[in-house]
Design a binder for this molecule. Structure first.
Ligand code: SF4
Ligand code: SF4
Ligand code: SF4
Length: 265
């Protein structure tokens, strides 16, 4: 970063706004941040200047409409660094479930006048459209991860994003393993850390909201679910083809168990 105060923006695409709330939930850290950067665009915060030149751009949401395809290219031209936040921006999000079917049928089943709706066939990750510098996963993204990324960039360092499995964090916390002790189909072995093993810490199975960890083996985990937990192939496929269904490792595992071909274009 240069000597002048860095300019920061938070942009929204197709999403529920939950990841932007990760910023707003930062409390005192947000006040500190406002003294370190100039927030030039963040509509949830009441700042609107979508075509401003910025140093750090956070992007929430997936690309689902022709307008969004254009808008994300402009943001890339205007931004020094782009960090995508959340499952929608990094892997399509829940709205990417439509990629499995006909988008015309989906629109007709939802809207009374579908002819007024302009949308793409698919919902896709931001990185399928532009170069992304870093990705922070999760649904929603973790507030601490966002703040750590900003602090790193303000110190002229690359954000350090851990890609370990949730299991590592779970073991550090001394949690009882729900996969072993309760026969729950926990996706922690193939999901990247960042949430503090939130679900297993309260006795629930991880459902993979942080997307695949580094070098995952989802086929092997799926076979475990089938063999030891009695899940059907379809139930296993649905676990991988959920909010991170455009992440290649989960997408391929989903296809493997369901035997379907998914449209990614
Ligand atoms: S990743 Fe989850 S919380 Fe974030 S915008 Fe998408 S749906 Fe909302
Ligand atoms: S509960 Fe889940 S995340 Fe935790 S150690 Fe067991 S399999 Fe891994
Ligand atoms: S344990 Fe899994 S499902 Fe729960 S918050 Fe963490 S990554 Fe998401």
């Amino acid at each position: 970063m240069d000597e002048t105060i860095p300019r920061l923006a938070v942009y929204k695409f197709t999403s529920c706004d939950g990841c932007q709330l990760a910023f707003l939930n930062a409390g005192e850290a947000l006040l500190t941040l406002s003294g370190l950067v100039e927030i030039v665009h963040f509509s949830e915060l009441g700042k609107v200047d979508p075509d401003a030149k910025v140093d750090i751009a956070f992007v929430e949401g997936s690309i689902s409409t022709p307008d969004e395809e254009e808008k994300i290219k402009r943001i890339r031209e205007n931004s020094r660094y782009i960090i995508t936040i959340g499952a929608c921006a990094t892997a399509g999000g829940i709205q990417a479930l439509r990629n499995f079917g006909s988008h015309e049928n989906w629109i007709a089943s939802v809207y009374a006048s579908p002819e007024h709706i302009k949308t793409l066939n698919t919902s896709s990750a931001i990185s399928r459209h532009i170069k992304v510098d870093w990705e922070l996963w999760g649904c929603p993204v973790n507030t601490k991860q966002v703040m750590d990324a900003i602090r790193s960039l303000l110190s002229n360092a690359s954000p350090r994003i851990k890609r370990d499995a949730v299991c590592i964090e779970c073991k550090r916390k001394g949690n009882v393993c729900v996969l072993v002790a309760k026969n729950e189909p926990c996706m922690g072995p193939v999901t990247q850390t960042g949430c503090g093993a939130l679900c297993p810490s309260v006795g629930r199975a991880c459902y993979g909201c942080y997307g695949p960890n580094e070098n995952p083996n989802p086929q092997s985990l799926g076979q475990w679910f089938e063999q030891y937990e009695g899940l059907s192939k379809e139930a296993i496929a649905n676990r991988f083809l959920h909010i991170n269904n455009q992440a290649p490792a989960f997408n391929q595992a989903g296809q493997y168990f369901k035997g379907i071909k998914i449209t990614n274009e």
